[in-house]
Design a protein. Structure first.
Length: 361
């Protein structure tokens, strides 16, 4: 049974230049969307008591406090449930955050991306560094003690020194968690057709990533997953559920879920979703081999790696024997742990290449 749920709020004031996520600047449809979303939840949610509830986007902070209450009231939640809302610095103030906190929302993920105003403007973000500082101050005054910042590295005209400055500003802001993402220009975003100058190449992005690991570790942030760092006891419970390959609900346009070995994705067209919120564009029953491969892929995203005894018991295999060739070929990129294997830092940098070898064609 799923004990975790993701809810997609697909609205944004405007589309960022690098963004290829499913989001729409059609706020006029928000009320109709929420009606459809509530219907989907009422039909598909089985009433379990949830450990985590995550509102992602888009820009979930474009919802009112009352609209959040409509949604949170639909669920049973554990007393210590982690409830996360993604917010943008330009869409929140103290009163709003106090309202969210009073609803029981206890974790914020703030889309900062960078503290550099020139780069923020270049990438089409709707906020500036002063608004970020204001948002952080409001979050702390409202009583949030679990705050995560999103940062992107490899942005146009961003030097290694610029990125290190972003990291140190994030640390000094008093937050508990940092999520890092290397810039990727993908189909569907403005930059795909209008490539900016000064994009970092893969070598520079690798240097930035390694710098982040060093700087954040020095500041006592635990490096617990390829893209995520936290102070002790502030790992994202919701995201760890993904990486441990457990079940979760996906509610809303374009949201994905996983239950009973079936992965599904909801309708991605906003109008079609509103018309039929139960429609799926994909449903895949995973084979035993596919479940094994996902356990390996997702497990190796975590810094503590995979538990091969558990894998052997769950799938009736001898991991060391089955994958002996891969383990030997890439031996310098693996660390042998007390339970199995984890990537070295160098292994993380080429993880896609290594993980491709685990797929059985």
């Amino acid at each position: 049974m799923a004990k975790n749920a993701y809810i997609h709020i697909p609205f944004c004031k405007s589309k960022c230049n690098y963004c290829s996520f499913v989001s729409f600047d059609k706020l006029s449809l928000k009320t109709r969307y929420l009606k459809a979303l509530i219907f989907q939840i009422q039909i598909e949610y089985n009433g379990e008591s949830l450990n985590t509830l995550y509102f992602g986007g888009g820009t979930p902070s474009l919802l009112t406090v009352e609209e959040f209450q409509w949604l949170t009231d639909l669920f049973k939640l554990e007393d210590n449930a982690e409830i996360t809302v993604e917010v943008n610095p330009d869409s929140i103030d103290l009163k709003y955050l106090q309202g969210l906190r009073n609803l029981g929302i206890n974790r914020l993920s703030i889309g900062v991306q960078t503290f550099d105003d020139k780069i923020l403007k270049l990438i089409g973000r709707g906020h500036n560094s002063a608004q970020t500082a204001f948002a952080l101050n409001c979050a702390q005054k409202a009583g949030f003690k679990n705050i995560s910042l999103d940062l992107i590295y490899g942005l146009p005209n961003q030097s290694l020194a610029d990125f290190e400055k972003d990291l140190r500003l994030a640390i000094d802001s008093g937050i508990q968690h940092v999520s890092l993402y290397g810039l990727k220009i993908e189909d569907g975003c403005y930059f795909c057709e209008n490539m900016p100058k000064g994009i970092a190449n893969s070598d520079v992005q690798a240097d930035m990533y390694l710098k982040a690991v060093k700087v954040l570790k020095t500041a006592d942030f635990e490096y617990y997953e390829i893209s995520n760092f936290s102070l002790p006891d502030f790992n994202s419970k919701h995201n760890l559920n993904y990486w441990e390959n457990n079940a979760y609900y996906g509610f809303g346009c374009a949201a994905s879920g996983y239950s009973s070995n079936v992965r599904y994705t909801n309708e991605v067209d906003l109008g079609k979703y509103i018309q039929n919120p139960l429609s799926k564009i994909a449903e895949q029953k995973l084979t035993r081999q596919e479940i094994l491969e996902e356990a390996i892929f997702l497990g190796l995203r975590k810094m503590n790696g995979i538990d091969i005894e558990k894998i052997n018991n769950d799938f009736g295999i001898d991991f060391n024997k089955k994958y002996a060739n891969i383990l030997d070929k890439y031996s310098q990129y693996f660390i042998k742990t007390s339970k199995g294997y984890a990537f070295t830092i160098e292994g993380i940098l080429i993880s896609n290449e290594i993980l491709a070898n685990f797929i059985e064609l």
